[in-house]
Design a protein around this ligand. Sequence first.
Ligand code: ASP
Length: 448
Amino acid sequence: MTPAEPKRKPLSLTRQILIAMAAGLAIGVLIKLTGPAPLAQRWLIDGIFLVGGKVFLAALKLLVVPLVFVSLVCGTASLDDIAKLGRVGGKTLGLYIATTAVAISLAIAVALLIAPGAGFELSTTASFQVQQAPPLSETFIAIFPTNPFKAMAEGNMLQVIVFSILFGLALCMTGDAGKRIGSAFEDLNTVVMKLVMMIMMTAPYGVFCLIAKVFAEQGLGAILPLVKYFGVVVLCLALHAGLAYPAMLKVLGGLSPLGFLKKARSPLLFAFSTASSNATLPVTLETAKDKMGVHNSIASFTIPLGATINMDGTAIMQGVATVFIAQAYGIDLGVNDYAMVVVTATLASIGTAGVPGVGLIMLAMVLKQVHLPVEGIGLIIGVDRLLDMMRTAVNTAGDLAVTCVVARSERQLDMKIFNADTRHAADVHLRKEFHGAIEASARQRERR
Ligand code: ASP
């Protein structure tokens, strides 16, 4: 009898995405280097890559509103009391704002030290059509919806979040009717998560198209005149992700940064490929709950909120860009100006939508605040797409890190799942056990 052939393990989705990214990068760079032939331009860049990438992004975005609404209603409804919502909300907002302020302060300090804009040749640059960034007061007023359906139709995530929390709270307070609707929402949540899984299966193809198109069009040549600016942004992103998040996880949460990083791989790759925190949201949410062991009542609140308002990577770009533009135009900024940049960029990151390129538009608001020429954005626009991919990965890492810390402080983080290798089916079983146990204890409290 011949021994049975050892079964080959199927590649995990993260691996498949990594391979797709590498293939997309190789093919994109190859097309760029050989100078795109008209046929490659028509059939590949403007054909398969464009259509494949756009359809994939549309499919991801399609999930965002139903996912945020349903999961946030379930999450809020499962919080035991309003005091807990206030406590979790306070901690989450506090950490989101604090990490963003740290990120931008670090960016300004490093940029001042390296001086990426000193001696920059202004004449070699592209021009930028100045776009109006909204004033701060409007950004605040716009958080409150007048019509939830309009907010959903327009994909206005802050408004959707406000409505979902209010709706979830009302469910909590409505007794039997609230329980019935709540359990329907739980079922709906399971269906939406299934939809997420279905769309995720196409991710390797979508990621391949997105990456191939970016590199076939941009190549690496655009970076050369801006290599110092590019390098400083990348350095600050690496420092923030490699020092600030690990320190926060370890000191505030007692969590292993390495374990965190291993589990965060998928959402980080997604964020990099799509350059959109919003489009990455389904993967971030699934990772927080299923792989890191954060209970739904926390994750469904902190992750959508983070994808909408927490943008550390974007703030880093804005800090470095401000210093770069000031130096390129030979304008001196004082300490007060930089303090103003920290405050404005932190607030601007709250108003930045989690979609590609918006950080650059919000930069206009920061520049205006310290009277720098908004046209300066034209200097850096050429390399922004690549930086957008990297900063979006940092934005997403920040959402996950804060979520884990808040969950730990609320005893809603299952350490068995956080430390386990979640590729094994047994871990999924663990998760069910954990969530079951929390729900049972909530029921017990109710009975008492
Ligand atoms: N693309 C970023 C995000 O989605 C926002 C930006 O910086 O433009 O998080």
